[in-house]
Structures are given as structure tokens and as C-alpha cells.
Design a binder for this molecule. Structure first.
Ligand SMILES: CCCCCCCCCCCCC/C=C/[C@@H](O)[C@H](COP(=O)(O)O)NC(=O)CCCCC
Ligand SMILES: Nc1ncnc2c1ncn2[C@@H]1O[C@H](COP(=O)(O)OP(=O)(O)O)[C@@H](O)[C@H]1O
Ligand SMILES: [Ca+2]
Length: 573
């Protein structure tokens, strides 16, 4: 039996069964929706077999349209086609058929649709529903129509290159990928070439050689450090291919169009958390499958004319630099190494002297304390980046340090942090700068001046609550396009010498003669750049607007509660 069509083209509507109950199932390619709603027994007029197309029911087109306007109505479910994960012929085992007393159907025909189910706290899961048809032809027709609709979503990846760090976080990267991610990729028809890294920077180096044209995306399974490795490989590769010298701090870098997916399996997982809303491998896998795309700002860090690193999460001097240094010998502790080192660093309570100079990001329409976090489809990011683009067009993409005024702050700091995204993570669910934006071309520069231990603790504790961590007289925050930092004890000896090692030794020797009571290693801190220590303390940083793209969509507001989950409304197989 052929399913019938409503007067407007390509709308497919049939009565199919879900767990022995009749449902009116509609595929509306025009509105990109699949919906199903339960039929009252009397409306099928004593006919029990699934797959009957009821002309009278179909002609209630106005009623159908009404139900489309709501996401979920009582007893009805509507799933946007963009949120369908996979469609496949259902595998029906004999035992199931017997138990469900479906023997009267000589050959059951069914197809299973997997779709996104929103759980609490931005977690996504795969909902599953099997539709039973009375005839093979109808089942084929539905499968064909749904697969055609999915194939039209050309932004979905088909072929991915996956790098797994087997030693990140709790060392479960491989297991997480194999158990939670690979089955979803395979159900969604995604082919994946997997590289389990054998040494640090394996992924980065590999990205310089690999044929990127083969892939629709790169996935890294690991933490922020592993993501940083992939990021360096990809940005480095793209600059090399476009003959751009990354040692030039003013270079206009080429954007990377190939997207990166992050399957969190690390210690902090802040890039994933701040772009998805949770560090959950299944949620990330589903964002990858749907082909989400989130542009992301990247900061470049230079020492004089030498490129040092890129950063997307935290570039931190003082407290976070010391926490990282202190954690390095305790890698065996896994993620707990940071808590242990954090506690120790807090107790030592060091401050550092230096000079920070920055230029404000004048084009942005937000500010660090406006209490407007970056959300999915962020208006602030869109508007700010548009304004920046116009400004750059006027300047012909030149990056001039001297054009605008610099603000210079000399002082003693507990911490200097620059973040181009919120840095939300499980330790701090709203992050170091809760209103920082993913793709506005700016970074938030947070200066925590020398303060008492108690005050510093009060500031730190605010990262774990909803209260404003900047509401202290010793904390300042600026939205910047760039900044420079020179530690006090570098300034005095900063020469053009290329032998940095000698300069540093000379530095410390002098300091110790000047201040016999001080301990050399405490004069300067080091920079924590996305979990790696930088070799230099005198640096300049610059934000590159939307340099890369992730398989993410930013944090969605007002997530649906459990009550609106289709699984609660519908009996699932
Ligand atoms: C008294 C309670 C105070 C708690 C304060 C907690 C504030 C935590 C903010 C964390 C920001 C994290 C920013 C992200 C940094 C990562 O790039 C970096 C490397 O991550 P990974 O590769 O996964 O190892 N992580 C860190 O530097 C850890 C900082 C943890 C500080 C406690
Ligand atoms: N096979 C490997 N052996 C050792 N180190 C590796 C390997 N693969 C990646 N790394 C490095 O491990 C570091 C930490 O990785 P990451 O996945 O971020 O874990 P964590 O979040 O626990 O720090 C990264 O800097 C990355 O370069
Ligand atoms: Ca930003």
C-alpha cells in the first residue's frame, strides 16, 4: 500500500505502530520535521493493522499544522530532521516478535529512528523509536524518504580523522571512544580513521602530513592539552599551506575551515564544557554527528618575533601558572593533580611584579561584567565579529600596535589570566570569565592584584558559585584585543640577546643579590598556556577572531526538563 500525500508536495503521512499502538506519523520535509501522535482506538474504526493510511485523518491538515508549531504536545512528539541521528531498518528478533504477539503479521517491517533527547544540564542522549509498518513497500518508502532528508543535510560529516590520547585524564580515552562514541558514529554512517597517539605531539605532527581533503572533520579524544595539540597541528598546517609566517605577531592568519570535535577524556575539559555545556562524550559525539559548527577565537602568543603557542582556554600567569608547574610531577594522580597543586599553591600565596599593557577590543558590544553569557547562536558574537570585520576591511587586515592607545598597569599580581572563552569546567561551572564570548574576537584579561590570603580565597570560591568573582577591589577585568606582559625582573635585563637562558640566569643572580631573602624561583611565575608551561615570561598575546571551528553549537539556553522528554510520553521498545 502506498502512503498517501497531503495536497502540498512531499509530505508523507501514514498510520504506523509503536509498541502495538497506532500513531499518525508525518514527515514534513518543508518544515524539516518528523512527528508522530497517538491515535485514539476509535479513529481506526476497528482496523488493527499498522500502515493503514486514513484519508480522513490525513485531511485534517490544519490540525497537523497546529501540532507542528509546538515542540511536544501531550501524546505527540515532534523531532526536527536536523536532530535525527540515524534511521535504519529495525532488527526484529523472533523472541521479541513472539513476546509482542505480532505473529499475525506474516513478515513484520519496521524502521528505527534515533534522535536527540535533551536531558538535564545540556546532556544529550539518543532517543530511539521503532515504527512498524504492515507492508515492506511502505517501510522502504519511509526509509527512503527519511534517508533522503538526512542526505540533504550536507553539513554532517561523513569521514572523520580521530586522534585518541590514551593517557589523558583517567587514561580512559580509548575505552570511551570504543564504547560510547564509535557505535554512534557507525550508526550514523560516519567512517572514522583512528590514530591512538604514541607520544606527545604525535597528533600535531601527523596533521602536517595527512591528506586533510579526505576528511570532513578532526576529532580529538582527550583533554584541553590534547585539543591544543590538534589545534596547533591544524592551524600550523593551514598557515604553512597558505605561506603565512606564524612568527610574525602581526600576521593575518588563515582561518581553518575543517571542524574539530572534542570528545572529553581529560582532566579539565574546559574547551568542551564551555562550548557544549557539559563534558560528556556521548553529548559531544551527537554534536559531531549532527554537524554542528561553532566558530572559536584563538589567541597567538609571541616572545619578540618568535611564535610560542596558541591558546583557546586559559593563558594564566601567577596562580594558574604555579598550579600547573606544581602539578607536573604528579601526573600519576590524574585530574586530582590540579586540586592537590591548587591547594599547595594557595597556601604558598605568591605574588609577582610586572607590567601589563593592553588595547581594548573596541568593536565588541558586550563587556565582561554585563552578566550576558555566550549562548548558542550568540547575538553578541555575531554583531561584534561583524563590526570587527568591517574595521579590518578598512585597515586592510593590518594589525597595528601603535594605532590606538595602550593602557599600562604596573603592579604586584596574584594572577594574570587571559581567556577568550568562559573557561567553564566541572570545577567552575560558570568559568573564569562567565560572560566571555566564544567568537567575538576578544579575550577577557583578569588582573588579580596582591591581596591577603583570605581575600584571594574569597575570590577563588566565587568561581564555584553564582556570585560575581570580579566584585573585589583587588580584581580588574578588561575585554581586550591583545596584551603584553613583562615581568619586573625581566625588564631590567631585557636585551636583544638571543640566548634567553643566559639572560634569565643573569636576571636571577642579580635579583638574589638585591634581595637575599627571596627564593629565585619565586621571583617570576610561568605562563600556563592551555595546560602547558611557556618557556618565556615576557610575552605578547593577540586574539584572532573565529580562527577555528568546532563541532559544537555553544550553550543552549533553557534546556528542556526531563518532563518533556519524548521517552516519558511514548512507550519505547
Ligand atoms: C576553593 C575552591 C577554589 C576553586 C577554584 C576553581 C577555579 C577553577 C578554574 C579552572 C579554569 C580552568 C581553565 C582551563 C585550563 C586548562 O587549559 C588546563 C589544562 O587542562 P588539561 O589539558 O585538561 O589538563 N587546566 C588547568 O590549568 C587546571 C587548572 C585547575 C586549577 C585548580
Ligand atoms: N601518547 C601520548 N603519550 C604521552 N603524552 C601524550 C600522548 N598523546 C598526547 N599526549 C600529551 O598529553 C598531554 C595531556 O593530554 P590531555 O589529553 O589534555 O590530558 P589531561 O587533560 O589529563 O592533561 C597533552 O599535552 C598531549 O600533547
Ligand atoms: Ca572571545
Amino acid at each position: 500500500m502506498q502512503p498517501e500525500y497531503l495536497p502540498f508536495p512531499a509530505l508523507l503521512c501514514s498510520v504506523l505502530s509503536i509498541s502495538r499502538q497506532h500513531y499518525e506519523v508525518t514527515l514534513d520535509p518543508g518544515r524539516a520535521l518528523l512527528s508522530w501522535r497517538k491515535l485514539r482506538p476509535r479513529s481506526v474504526k476497528g482496523r488493527t493493522r499498522a500502515g493503514i493510511c486514513l484519508t480522513r485523518v490525513l485531511h485534517r491538515a490544519r490540525g497537523l499544522a497546529k501540532s507542528f508549531s509546538r515542540q511536544i504536545t501531550s501524546g505527540s512528539v515532534t523531532v526536527p530532521l536536523t536532530e535525527i541521528v540515524s534511521v535504519e531498518e529495525a532488527e526484529i528478533d523472533g523472541k521479541y516478535c513472539n513476546s509482542m504477539k505480532w505473529q499475525h503479521m506474516c513478515k513484520p517491517h519496521a524502521f528505527t529512528v534515533r534522535y536527540i533527547k535533551r536531558m538535564k544540564k545540556h546532556r544529550w542522549r539518543c532517543g530511539e523509536v521503532t515504527f512498524w509498518c504492515s507492508e515492506e513497500q511502505m517501510c522502504c518508502h519511509w526509509l527512503q524518504a527519511l534517508n533522503d532528508a538526512l542526505n540533504q543535510q550536507t553539513h554532517r560529516p561523513k569521514h572523520l580523522l580521530v586522534y585518541i590520547n590514551p593517557y589523558g585524564g583517567c587514561k580512559k580515552g580509548k575505552q570511551i571512544y570504543e564504547k560510547k562514541v564509535a557505535p554512534l558514529f557507525s550508526a550514523a554512517g560516519i567512517a572514522a580513521d583512528v590514530v591512538v597517539t604514541e607520544y606527545a605531539n604525535h597528533a600535531r605532527d601527523n596533521l602536517y602530513d595527512v591528506n586533510l581533503e579526505k576528511y570532513d572533520g578532526i576529532v580529538c579524544v582527550g583533554g584541553d592539552g590534547m585539543f591544543s595539540e590538534v589545534l596547533h597541528g591544524l592551524i600550523g598546517r593551514v598557515q604553512k599551506d597558505s605561506h603565512i609566517d606564524h612568527n610574525n605577531p602581526s600576521a593575518c592568519l588563515s582561518r581553518c575551515s575543517i571542524r574539530i570535535g572534542i570528545v572529553p577524556a581529560g582532566s579539565t575539559d574546559c574547551v568542551c564544557y564551555a562550548t557544549v555545556g557539559i563534558n560528556d562524550p556521548v553529548t559531544s559525539a551527537l554534536h559531531i554527528i549532527l554537524g554542528d559548527c561553532q566558530p572559536l577565537d584563538v589567541c597567538s602568543i609571541h616572545h619578540k618575533k618568535n611564535f610560542l603557542k596558541y591558546s583557546v582556554s586559559l593563558l594564566g600567569y601567577g596562580f594558574y601558572g604555579d598550579v600547573l608547574k606544581g602539578s607536573e610531577n604528579n601526573r600519576w594522580l590524574g585530574p586530582a593533580r590540579y586540586d592537590f597543586s591548587g591547594f599547595k599553591t594557595f597556601l604558598t600565596h605568591h605574588w609577582y611584579e610586572g607590567t601589563v599593557s593592553f588595547q581594548p577590543a573596541k568593536w565588541v558590544i558586550g563587556s565582561p561584567r554585563d552578566n550576558k553569557p555566550c549562548t548558542s547562536g550568540c547575538h553578541v558574537c555575531r554583531q561584534s565579529s561583524k563590526q570587527l570585520q568591517e574595521l579590518q576591511k578598512e585597515q586592510n587586515c593590518r594589525f597595528e600596535h601603535s594605532e590606538e592607545e595602550w593602557t599600562t598597569i604596573k603592579g604586584k599580581f596574584m594572577a594574570i589570566n587571559a581567556v577568550s572563552l568562559s573557561c567553564a569546567c566541572p570545577r567552575s561551572p560558570k568559568g573564569l570569565s562567565p560572560a566571555a564570548h566564544l567568537a567575538d574576537g576578544s579575550a577577557d584579561l583578569i588582573l588579580v592584584r596582591k591581596c591577603s590570603r583570605l581575600n584571594f580565597l574569597r575570590h577563588l570560591i566565587r568561581h564555584t558559585s553564582k556570585k560575581d568573582q570580579f566584585e573585589f577591589p583587588f580584581v580588574e577585568v578588561y575585554r581586550v584585543k591583545n596584551f603584553q606582559f613583562t615581568p619586573k625582573h625581566f625588564e631590567e635585563y631585557d636585551t636583544e640577546s638571543t640566548d634567553i637562558g643566559n639572560v634569565s640566569k643573569k636576571n636571577f643572580a642579580q635579583i638574589c643579590t638585591d634581595h637575599p631573602s627571596c627564593v629565585c624561583s619565586h621571583v617570576n611565575s610561568s605562563w600556563n598556556c592551555d595546560g602547558e608551561t611557556l618557556d618565556q615570561t615576557a610575552i605578547e598575546m593577540r586574539v584572532h577572531c573565529r580562527l577555528i571551528h568546532l563541532f559544537a553549537r555553544g550553550i543552549e539556553d533553557a534546556p528542556l526538563t526531563d518532563d518533556s522528554n519524548p521517552s516519558k510520553i511514548l512507550p519505547m521498545e
